[in-house]
Write a protein that binds this ligand. Structure first.
Ligand SMILES: [Zn+2]
Length: 222
């Protein structure tokens, strides 16, 4: 038993029942929150398809809140069973690259991490392991968020939309990367209006990939 398990015995993030390992859910709670669906095509622009894995409530809502705002990194393990539910589909899709939506440099500095990395990276790398040699899946942290000095809450609806639209650019090291004919999976924690995912996807689309799919852990919008 680790020190963390001793101080904070693992519990199901949804109902609070004690479980054996950190990040584990009761079977019935997973069934309650797991809700795999696609964003209707009419809402998509540069993305070819977007999958959402769960409802934004209960245990999923508190995991995301705790990781984003309470610096409870270890809670991110609770998303693993939801991602595992998507493995079959991912193996069909076989993306060449899995790309995280970045958080702002400033927020990353304060938190010490980008929450999207915590949620998805271990999963992405374990998939790579199944094929070996990075044959299909490569985690590529190639996007950067353009930091704005303005606080989002202080902006009007239109200003906010414009800011989100141009929120992303290339990381310096990846300025010349060629995505011609590749399949890309773009991952993020929450799908709300889709503006963030579309903005990130538009940057990638300038390098002519074959297909860009999105995957988010959760959404309260659909
Ligand atoms: Zn439970």
């Amino acid at each position: 038993m680790g020190l963390l398990d001793f101080l904070f015995p693992p519990i199901c993030p949804h109902c609070g029942t004690p479980v054996v390992t950190q990040g584990e859910w009761c079977e019935s709670c997973i069934t309650d929150i797991l809700h795999v669906r696609q964003v209707p095509e009419k809402f998509l622009q540069s993305l070819d398809c977007v999958y959402i894995l769960s409802d934004y409530r209960g245990g999923m809502k508190s995991i995301i809140y705790d990781v984003k705002f309470n610096e409870k990194k270890e809670q991110s393990k609770g998303t693993a069973p939801f991602l595992a539910s998507h493995n079959f589909y991912i193996h069909q899709f076989k993306p060449h690259y899995i790309i995280p939506v970045p958080s702002s440099t400033e927020k990353k500095k304060i938190r010490g991490y980008n929450q999207v990395d915590l949620f998805f990276k271990d999963w992405a790398l374990s998939l790579e392991g199944e094929y070996g040699n990075g044959q299909y899946y490569r985690w590529l942290d190639c996007l950067a968020k353009i930091d704005t000095k303005k606080e989002m809450w202080a902006l009007s609806g239109t200003e906010r939309l414009e800011t989100v639209k141009h929120a992303f650019t290339w990381q310096d090291d990846y300025k010349d990367i060629d995505f011609t004919d590749t399949r890309i999976l773009l991952v993020d924690d929450i799908y709300t209006t889709g503006a963030t995912l579309e903005a990130a996807s538009r940057v990638l689309a300038t390098r002519s990939p074959l297909r860009i799919e999105g995957l988010t852990l959760t959404s309260g919008s659909f």
